[in-house]
Design a protein around this ligand. Structure first.
Ligand SMILES: [Mg+2]
Length: 95
């Protein structure tokens, strides 16, 4: 089996700031549009995995020349936002 091609990549502070901003904007929009979040953890994971699946589809489409890197990035941002939303929902509630 052929070894996958790789390259060295370390995230810069500027890249992190840009990506973090995109994730937070997506998280805020999702929470406004869908304020209810499931209590059951497996349902929260299902929501996150739906976005991860859309990321996989976008990557496959891109590999076959049917999509763009921008579509992959959009789905990655949505997946990351749902990961953060789930982590946030799992935090103890402040009384
Ligand atoms: Mg999506």
């Amino acid at each position: 089996m052929r070894k996958p091609e790789q390259f060295k990549h370390i995230t810069t502070d500027d890249q992190w700031d840009k990506i973090n901003g995109q994730i937070l904007r997506e998280l805020n929009a999702a929470e406004r549009q869908f304020p209810d979040w499931p209590i059951e953890i497996d349902r929260g994971v299902a929501i996150m995995m739906e976005e991860a699946g859309e990321t996989q589809k976008a990557a496959i489409d891109y590999s076959y020349g049917r999509g763009t890197k921008g579509e992959i990035k959009t789905e990655l941002i949505q997946t990351a936002a749902m990961c953060i939303r789930m982590l946030s929902a799992m935090e103890p509630k402040a009384n």
